[in-house]
Ligand binder design. Structure first.
Ligand SMILES: [Mg+2]
Length: 381
């Protein structure tokens, strides 16, 4: 390898707080009031001897990222900074015994995204082109928000509509946790609020601790959602219940999705091969970065299953998702939390929806966004 290639000199972490702690207050309470809701995302800043800095995002806490960085350090210091797939694969394959699939994989995810950002900045190309080529230059984001009692839910949806969203996903909160009647009331309120032209999606949040529902509830609820033209039903079952999802997919007239808690491309294989879902939702800040998400996207494509990136994370995560979907033959949506201080308040130029409710996918070098250092400082823990 040529010594003139840019090399990694340091990786720093920035823990972010207050991002979705307010939005998930109820859920944090229902999972025993853990503090993870106060620091669920951590940025990584990868420095090189060429002066290029790349940014990544990890879906876990700063303490865990710091522990993983300490362990991974001998594997990345001095490494070529413009070979994301090889460097990430080396870290995956060298950590079989140290939290493979857990915090280490989450941390590799952020490093991998940052290395793609560096490769893009080094070559002057948007990451999507380097991932294989741009099939599209815009995509529809869905505004992602937490379910609430009808009055508050209506207000949240109206706020998201005012921002220009034309598709909305509601998740967690009271849904599936109070009664069938309450579930239907929230969904009917939402449909009435957004009208028939907008897309509505529902996320039960079955990856909550000790999710109580099984296949019969999921089938019954999918029927109700179908009456309101809901596009997909997400995490209706616990995240390990592959066979339950497979049966639910067969019995439901609306699309069935899951995948946000899975990590590593290999974990997705049985879901795709058994046809357990219509849509698969890997999170690039968790699965192993863009290198891994790209391969999951292609495996899904080859099984005629649509990848819709899970994006309950940060501006860096959203920027990575935009580049990812630009390079996929089929793509329809990306997730965009609303309101989202960890997306909207840490970038120099805010993401802006056009009149049709789409986001333009940046074609500037790297991830195509610039962080606002003051904004990052305000959100840092
Ligand atoms: Mg979800």
């Amino acid at each position: 390898m040529s010594s003139s290639l840019p090399r990694i000199t340091e990786i720093r972490s920035i823990g972010l707080g207050r991002g979705w702690s307010a939005e998930t207050g109820d859920n944090a309470g229902s999972t025993g009031g853990t503090t993870s809701a106060n620091n669920s995302d951590t940025l990584v800043e990868v420095h090189t001897d060429a002066g290029i800095v790349g940014y990544g995002s990890c879906y876990t806490t700063k303490d865990l990222v710091d522990g993983a960085l300490h362990f991974l350090r001998p594997m990345f210091i001095g490494e070529v900074a413009i070979e994301p797939e090889r460097v990430s694969e080396k870290m995956h394959q060298s950590t079989y015994w140290q939290g493979r699939g857990g915090s280490i994989t989450h941390t590799v995810s952020g490093i991998d995204i940052a290395l793609w950002d560096i490769l893009g900045k080094y070559t002057g190309q948007p990451v999507g082109r380097l991932l294989g080529g741009r099939y599209r230059d815009r995509i529809k984001p869905y505004g992602s928000l937490i379910f609430d009692e009808p009055g508050k839910l209506r207000a949240k949806l109206q706020e998201a509509m005012a921002r220009g969203f034309k598709a909305f996903k509601m998740g967690w909160g009271p849904f599936g946790r109070v009664s069938d009647e309450m579930d239907e009331l929230m969904v009917s309120t939402a449909r009435e609020t957004v009208g028939d032209e907008c897309e509505l999606m529902v996320d039960a949040g079955g990856s909550e601790q000790f999710w109580p529902h099984g296949l019969k509830w999921a089938l019954r609820t999918a029927d109700m959602l179908s009456d309101y033209g809901v596009v997909w039903f997400e995490e209706a079952l616990p995240p390990d219940d592959i066979d339950g999802f497979r049966q639910l997919r067969l019995g439901s007239s609306i699309l069935i999705s899951t995948g946000e808690v899975l990590t590593r491309r290999q974990s997705f294989i049985p879901w795709l091969e058994s046809g357990a879902v219509d849509l698969i939702q890997p999170d690039c800040t968790k699965v192993g970065g863009l290198s891994e998400a790209r391969r999951i996207g292609w495996m899904a494509y080859d099984h005629n299953i649509l990848m819709v990136p899970h994006g309950w994370n940060t501006a860096i995560g959203l920027a990575a998702d935009l580049q990812l979907v630009s390079a996929m033959p089929r793509a329809r949506w990306v997730e965009y939390i609303t309101p989202a201080p960890l997306i909207d308040d840490i970038v120099a130029t805010p993401f802006k929806l056009d009149e049709e409710g789409y986001l333009t996918i940046p074609d500037s070098p790297g991830l195509g966004i610039e962080l606002d250092p003051e904004g990052v400082k305000k959100q840092a823990i």
